[in-house]
Design a protein around this ligand. Structure first.
Ligand SMILES: NC(=O)c1ccc[n+]([C@@H]2O[C@H](COP(=O)([O-])OP(=O)(O)OC[C@H]3O[C@@H](n4cnc5c(N)ncnc54)[C@H](OP(=O)(O)O)[C@@H]3O)[C@@H](O)[C@H]2O)c1
Length: 226
C-alpha cells in the first residue's frame, strides 16, 4: 500500500496528509473547490503529493481518508471506493452540520451513516477525537516511550488491520473500540474526546499536546456512557 487518497484536505485531512508523506506514502488530495485551490499544500508536501477531484483521489487511494464536514457525507463518491478501506474522521456538530434525527436519538452513529452510503466499502472510524494540531504534534516512531494511541471502530477485521498498520507508520498506537456501532464511545462529549490529548485542560487548543497512551485511552473508552 503506497497511496493515500484524501476526500477533504482541511485541518484534519491536511494533517493526515502531512504525516503520511513524512512516513513515505504518496498522497492524492481533494476538496470541494477543485485541485487548483490545493496548490499551496501540494507545494509544501513536495513530490509525493498531488491534487485531484474527489472521485480521482478516491480512485487513486489504496486507503482513503474521508475528512469532510458531516453535512457533506453524501457527496463522497461511492463507486471508486468500492472494496476499499475508508478512514472516517467525522464528528456530528448540529450547529455546523444541521440536524440528523437518528444521531440525536442515538440510534446510529455518524460513521454508520457513511458506511450506509458507501455500501461496498469498509469504513473505519478514526482521527475524530483528536484536535488536528495535537495529531501533528504527538506522532512518534514505534517504540517511543511517549507514543500516543488513537481509537478505531469498524465492522471489518481486515480494514481495522489496515487502519492499525497505517497509524503505526504515521506515528500512533491503536486501541480497538469495537464495531462501528461502538463509535459513539469516542464521539464529542465522551471522556475519550479531544481533551485527553491536552492534559485535560478546558481550552484544549491552547495545549501543545500531551501524550496519551493506549492503557489510558482504554480506560476513558470504558467510562463512556450514553
Ligand atoms: N479540526 C479538528 O481538529 C478535527 C478533529 C477531529 C475530527 N474533525 C472532524 O473531521 C471533519 C473535517 O474537519 P476539518 O476540521 O478538517 O474541516 P475543514 O478544515 O473545514 O476541512 C474540510 C475539508 O472538507 C472539504 N469539503 C467540504 N465539503 C466537501 C465536499 N462536498 N466534497 C469534497 N470535499 C469537501 C473542504 O474543502 P473546501 O475547503 O474546498 O470546501 C476541506 O478540504 C469534520 O467532521 C470534523 O468535525 C476535526
Amino acid at each position: 500500500m503506497t497511496t493515500i487518497g484524501l476526500i477533504g484536505s482541511g485541518n484534519i485531512g491536511g494533517t493526515v496528509a502531512r504525516l503520511a508523506v513524512a512516513a513515505g506514502y504518496d498522497v492524492v488530495l481533494s476538496n470541494s473547490r477543485g485541485p487548483h485551490t490545493l496548490k499551496e499544500l501540494v507545494d509544501e508536501l513536495g513530490p509525493r503529493a498531488s491534487a485531484a477531484i474527489s472521485a480521482e483521489a478516491a480512485e487513486a487511494g489504496d486507503l482513503v481518508v474521508v475528512s469532510v464536514p458531516l453535512r457533506a457525507y453524501l457527496d463522497v463518491p461511492v463507486e471508486p471506493l468500492a472494496g476499499k478501506t475508508v478512514l472516517d474522521t467525522n464528528n456530528y456538530y448540529p450547529q455546523r452540520d444541521g440536524t440528523f434525527p437518528e444521531l440525536d436519538a442515538g440510534s446510529t452513529t455518524s460513521s454508520e451513516l457513511l458506511q450506509r452510503h458507501l455500501t461496498a466499502s469498509k469504513v473505519v472510524k478514526v482521527f475524530n477525537n483528536i484536535y488536528f494540531e495535537h495529531l501533528r504534534a504527538l506522532a512518534r516512531p514505534p517504540g517511543a516511550a511517549d507514543r500516543s494511541a488513537l481509537a478505531i471502530a469498524g465492522d471489518d477485521v481486515g480494514a481495522k488491520g489496515e487502519a492499525t498498520a497505517f497509524l503505526d507508520r504515521i506515528g500512533y498506537d491503536t486501541v480497538d473500540a469495537g464495531a462501528l456501532a461502538d463509535g459513539w464511545r469516542f464521539q464529542p462529549g465522551t471522556p475519550a474526546y479531544g481533551f485527553v490529548y491536552a492534559g485535560g485542560i478546558e481550552n484544549f487548543w491552547e495545549s501543545p499536546g500531551v501524550p496519551f497512551d493506549g492503557a489510558a485511552l482504554r480506560a476513558k473508552l470504558a467510562e463512556a456512557r450514553r
